[in-house]
Design a protein around this ligand. Structure first.
Ligand code: BJW
Length: 236
């Protein structure tokens, strides 16, 4: 295994990096999917069946964004992006804005952004801070009933996949942080990175089902292990 300083890093983050900021994860014991059926709120079919329920679910989570702050792990990744001399891509599955608020700049929100609305009629996408409802007219095409949260539901294609796969094909270090590795295509990124000959590292509270697929793993709270790892990369 090549332990020399990496020249191209791809970092994938999941809900666990925001957990210590007070954002719920999905599959932990008290996670979001233990309280709500994902088929009802996170699929196009669920939205078609009951848009009021889906809007209420995301309106509540959007309102919750106002009270949260980035934590030491978000700040550490922003510092890595600024201070690392090589190629760096941060890909997040999270729909919160904590990476940006910590100073990350070039990141990809592959599962969309909670603070954006998407029009299912004209494709307009724009920042949306308040509630969405079935009566909200699209500011671009003025059609009623088409606005939805700009998030990627099951069965939908995540964003910017070509750019992500290109970065994975050229990276020599892939790091997955705070993700259970159960949702594809993100769960398959490690195989892409391995096929490119990259070293792979899992940083998570506890071992995931896929831990053995990584060449290295460090387990603990993101606010502790991510800043420590970033400092090691930058001094190496
Ligand atoms: C800490 C911590 C601390 C806690 N410090 N760590 C069968 C086989 C293969 C694939 C499929 C299949 N059947 C269906 C599919 C495809 C499907 C899929 O993968 N399903 C699986 C569940 C099997 N995927 C899709 O549909 C995707 N699209 C797709 O495949 O497109 C191609 C296609 C298109 C058209 C037709 C067919 C195919 C889209 C997936 C969209 C996922 N969307 C969600 C909701 C987004 C909006 C919202 O937030 O409501 O995204 S689901 C949810 O899961 C959310 C997350 O981004 C995603 C990943 O969750 P994450 O981040 O990993 O969270 P957790 O909770 O699972 O894990 C948290 C981790 O943190 C844990 O490990 C903790 O230990 C750790 N942790 N505290 C460090 N303090």
């Amino acid at each position: 295994m090549n332990k020399s300083r990496p020249s191209s890093i791809v970092v994938l983050t999941g809900a666990g990096i925001s957990a210590e900021s007070g954002v719920d994860t999905f599959r932990d014991k008290d996670g979001i999917w233990s309280k709500v059926d994902f088929r009802e709120v996170a699929t196009p079919e669920g939205f078609a069946a009951d848009p009021h329920k889906v809007h209420a679910f995301y309106n509540q989570r959007r309102a919750g964004l106002k009270g949260i702050e980035p934590n030491a792990a978000h700040f550490a990744l922003a510092r890595l992006e600024r201070a690392f001399g090589g190629a760096f891509l941060l890909v997040t599955q999270n729909i919160d804005h904590l990476h940006e608020r910590a100073g990350s700049q070039g990141l990809i929100h592959m599962h969309g952004e909670l603070a954006n609305a998407l029009c299912g009629n004209c494709g307009d996408r724009r920042q949306w801070e308040g509630d969405l409802s079935t009566d909200s007219p699209c500011p671009a095409c003025h059609a009623n009933g088409y606005l939805r949260p700009d998030v990627v539901w099951f069965g939908e294609m995540p964003y910017q996949m070509e750019r992500i796969y290109a970065a994975l094909a050229g990276c020599d270090l892939f790091v997955a942080i705070g993700t259970s590795g159960t949702v594809y295509p993100a769960a398959g990124f490690i195989e892409e990175a391995r096929a490119a000959g990259a070293r792979t590292l899992e940083l998570n509270l506890e071992p995931t089902e896929g831990t053995n697929r990584f060449s290295d793993a460090i387990h603990g709270k993101a606010t502790e292990i991510v800043p420590e790892w970033v400092e090691r990369v930058l001094v190496d």
